[in-house]
Design a protein around this ligand. Structure first.
Ligand code: SF4
Length: 853
């Protein structure tokens, strides 16, 4: 006796109590459902049909496989169902977006059944993911199948787009506003990261401690029967969290027909909208608008005129105006998002190609991107050349909408399940990006039950599609991904710190990361660049972490950056931060600089390095990849190909360089000779940088040495400073970024030094940096080497200083921030003359005992 209904009603009741809809049906539930549909209990037909129609995920979800097989069986007469005719079954296949439904629809087209073939055609004409079966439909058309011909013609004329509802001339909406800055952690708090894949559940914690009343207020505002617009001064800074956009759209967007628990649409208005958040909103079918928000407040009813770029008050007067930017955004909105628009355009391009029609640009069907034309003798920056190379041209100018090839894509575990679900929706069974890597660094140390499930299922999901999966405990995404790179290539990652030290990475939300992995390209509006050029030499006791902090420090002096959020100035926001003047850095060191581009809200970063450290790093990386293959890491073919590509680059590749006449939005020169003391970022803003002489004496209760900002040299340096001083007063946390670092530090005796200092040694990974696992005490004052100190990230109410590992060790010893003299007195005698032993990086190819991973 099936307990399907009993179990399901119980689940529905539990979710109802939380004010959210039930989860989409699992594969097992879908199997039970289709069994019941073939032997319907009395009075349950409608309900079962509704579940089949609306509560199963589309694409290549395992439950979609069950649904598609069942419906194909109905079409073919192999399955019988009282409430679904053959025609209904074809129509239902047509609602499944693309993936496991496609073959069934093509078979119907091929059958030329007078009743069913037109229904399948209607579905395929409006399904952009039919791009995956273009060749099969076109072959039928070539063979004389009239319906297939009709479908190809429809694709060529972009009926999937022209049939979609036009952009409304006016959107009457009511405002919910959050003053100041709302970062992605406010929309999607890290401590609830384990619920991110469950959009309705995760949305219940939207607001965090910044606007906890948000969901309730929005629900109240909705009683006025108008759509809600979210408004903020600065919106979406911080991590590249698709979950942030998902939560917001759950509250302000519209249901998507036939797709459970997802919403799209909605207007997001910001004084500044962080670039990744802007793109994620575009991809999700929302309308992001950047304009002056000072005249907007919660509860106000406004009319947004998307075509005219105006926002009007209820009395018709103009409150503010905005530029419709990028100029393709209204097409994106009409198509249901940037991603469906791009895929649909690929479909139309293919169809126009086989029919010998004019190009998609000449067709007039879409707004063409307003791309700048290169001038004679055009100069390009390093970033512009790298992206150009990935697009098959010499360079890409700022403002160009392009689709660069994605050579390397990274995914981490808190966004991994969402990324996987987006890949499933994109019907991805094989990655087109050369190398996709999945890490488990955010959840490995203290997993929740949902994390344990992710650890068990996600590795196979990734490696079955040709990706490379790490294991829990291996370490931080970037410390691994950087070692799998090919110089001068382009990539992305679902973690905002995906900032390659070789080549360039444009981090993105999980939707775009899934797109890049699945299709091997990624839409990009090429940003302008800001050049930061260093000169002079590092002064005694000043470290690379201080150099990181010198960038905002200098920018503040020059008026390119302000700390205050209202009317904030940030020259780096949305631009590429390009760094020159430190070409001899090792690649691990270079990453400390590019990684921190995330804190500048930069879209990406490049750093000019000499060939020698790059080759040393690549040789080390080849050894690592070979050890991964020997250690059973999957997919071995992908790793082999990457080894071959790296070797090929070493044999034939030329390191790219910026042209001397490249243009930048600003050039910031920093004289290393002028900085004689460490610089720290003060609570709680990575931009609020000060010399330690300005904050000396401030007491510190907890110290964290770890995160992707660290490498083995930092731990050796800190342990050497701590050595022989006994247990420290503040709570000291130590977490190396990878298991290889931990192993080497153990072998070299540094773990025993940390232990003698009373340190709590954490499993390699993100640890405190992410704040979703162990956390510092509530309201603690903390010194950390991690990336960012947003409110509540490391602990509730924590006040966090960010600085170097060397300074962290000194702080741990005295329990407060030292004066410059105290710092030099503590650190210099301990580290003097030991540079070669301490700041020696992990060259796996030179390890005497070889490498096993
Ligand atoms: S260490 Fe911190 S910044 Fe780096 S990947 Fe982990 S959570 Fe992100």
């Amino acid at each position: 006796m099936s307990t399907f209904f009993e179990d399901y009603y119980k689940h529905v009741a539990e979710r109802e109590a939380l004010g959210i809809p039930p989860l989409a049906l699992s594969e097992k539930q879908a199997e039970e459902l289709v069994a019941l549909l073939q032997d319907i209990p009395a009075g349950k037909g409608e309900e079962l049909l509704d579940l089949l129609t609306n509560r199963i995920n589309p694409g290549v979800d395992p439950a979609a496989h069950v649904k598609a097989n069942f419906l194909v069986g109905v079409v073919k007469g192999a399955n019988s169902c009282e409430v679904i005719t053959k025609a209904d079954a074809v129509k239902l296949l047509g609602t499944m977006v693309g993936g496991f439904n496609l073959q069934g629809l093509i078979d119907v087209v091929a059958s030329e059944d007078a009743e069913l073939a037109p229904l399948a055609a209607d579905a395929l004409k409006n399904m952009v993911l039919a791009v995956n079966c273009f060749d099969e439909v076109n072959a039928l058309a070539d063979g004389g199948n009239a319906t297939a011909k009709e479908i190809v013609a429809s694709w060529a004329n972009a009926e999937w787009f022209t049939n979609a509802e036009d952009i409304p001339a006016e959107i009457k909406t009511i405002i919910y506003k959050v003053d100041g800055e709302t970062n992605t952690d406010d929309f999607s708090p890290a401590k609830f990261a384990f619920t991110r894949a469950d959009i309705p559940l995760h949305s219940t914690c939207m607001g965090g401690s910044l606007f906890p009343e948000g969901p309730e207020t929005i629900a109240k505002l909705k009683e006025q029967d108008l759509p809600i617009s979210f408004v903020g001064d600065v919106v979406g800074t911080g991590s590249s969290r698709k979950s942030a956009c998902n939560s917001l759209l759950w509250h302000i967007g519209d249901d998507i027909p036939f797709i459970p628990n997802k919403r799209r649409g909605g207007v997001i208005i910001g004084g500044i909208i962080a670039p990744i958040f802007f793109n994620t909103a575009e991809d999700s079918g929302a309308l992001p608008v950047q304009t002056d928000v000072s005249g907007l407040s919660t509860g106000q009813i406004i009319t947004v005129k998307p075509l005219e770029g105006k926002i009007l008050a209820e009395d018709g007067s103009e409150i503010t105006s905005f530029e419709v930017k990028p100029n393709t955004i209204l097409d994106e909105y009409r198509a249901g998002g940037r991603v469906p628009l791009i895929i649909g355009k690929q479909l139309t391009e293919k169809a126009r190609g086989v029919l010998g029609l004019s190009s998609i640009e000449e067709s007039g069907l879409f707004v063409n991107p307003d791309n700048p034309a290169p001038a004679a003798g055009q100069g390009y920056s390093l970033a512009q050349k790298m992206v150009g190379n990935a697009c098959g041209v010499e360079g890409i100018l700022p403002g160009t909408a392009c689709l660069p090839k994605m050579t390397t894509v990274g995914s981490q575990d808190t966004t991994g399940p969402m990324t996987a679900s987006e890949m499933t929706e994109l019907a991805c069974l094989k990655f087109n990006a050369d190398l996709v890597m999945q890490s488990f660094c955010h959840t490995a140390a203290y997993p929740k039950p949902t994390d344990v499930n992710t650890h068990a299922t996600l590795p196979d999901y990734i490696s079955n599609r040709g990706g490379v999966s790490l294991a829990p405990g291996d370490g931080v995404i970037h410390s691994w991904l950087n070692r799998l790179l090919v110089p001068d290539t382009v990539g992305t990652g679902g973690d905002s710190h995906t900032r390659f030290p070789l080549g360039i990475s444009f981090p993105a939300g999980s939707g775009l990361v899934a797109f890049a992995a699945a299709l091997g390209v990624m839409p990009l509006d090429m940003p302008e660049s800001v050049l930061v050029r260093f000169k002079g030499d590092l002064q005694p006791g000043v470290t690379l972490r201080d150099v990181v902090n010198m960038i905002p420090y200098q920018a503040i002096q020059e008026g390119h950056l302000t700390v205050a959020k209202q009317g904030k100035v940030n020259i780096f926001s949305g631009r590429v931060l390009e760094i020159e003047g430190l070409p001899e850095l090792k690649v691990e060191q270079a990453f400390e600089l590019t990684d921190a581009a995330a804190e500048r809200s930069a879209a990406a970063a490049t750093i000019k390095l000499n060939r020698e450290p790059i080759e040393e790093y690549l040789n080390s990386n080849i050894t690592l990849m070979e050890a991964m293959i020997a250690g059973g890491y999957k997919d071995p073919d992908t790793l082999r190909k990457r080894i071959a590509d790296v070797k090929d680059w070493m044999a034939n590749g030329e390191l790219m360089e910026a042209d001397s006449n490249a243009e930048y939005a600003a050039i910031i020169e920093i004289d290393l000779n002028a900085m004689t003391e460490p610089i720290v970022a003060c609570p709680n803003d990575p931009d609020d940088v000060k010399k330690i002489s300005d904050v000396a004496g401030n007491s510190i209760e907890e110290v964290f040495i770890g995160s992707c900002m660290t490498n083995i040299g930092h731990f050796r340096a800190a342990a050497t400073v701590l050595e022989g001083e006994g247990q420290v007063e503040p709570r000291l946390w130590v977490c190396p970024p990878t298991k290889m670092d931990a192993e080497q530090l153990t072998k070299e005796g540094y773990y025993s030094k940390f232990s003698a200092a009373g340190a709590r040694l954490e499993m390699p990974g993100c640890s405190l940096c992410m704040g979703n696992q162990a956390r510092v005490k509530d309201n603690a004052t903390v010194f950390s080497t991690s990336t960012r100190n947003f409110n509540n990230r490391l602990g509730d109410g924590a006040q966090v200083y960010l600085g170097s590992a060397e300074l962290a060790a000194a702080v741990a010893l005295i329990g407060r921030i030292p004066t410059p003299k105290e710092y030099q007195d503590i650190v210099t005698p301990k580290l003097e003359g030991k540079d070669d032993a301490i700041y020696q990086y992990l060259n796996f190819h030179l390890l005497e005992d070889g490498l096993t991973v």
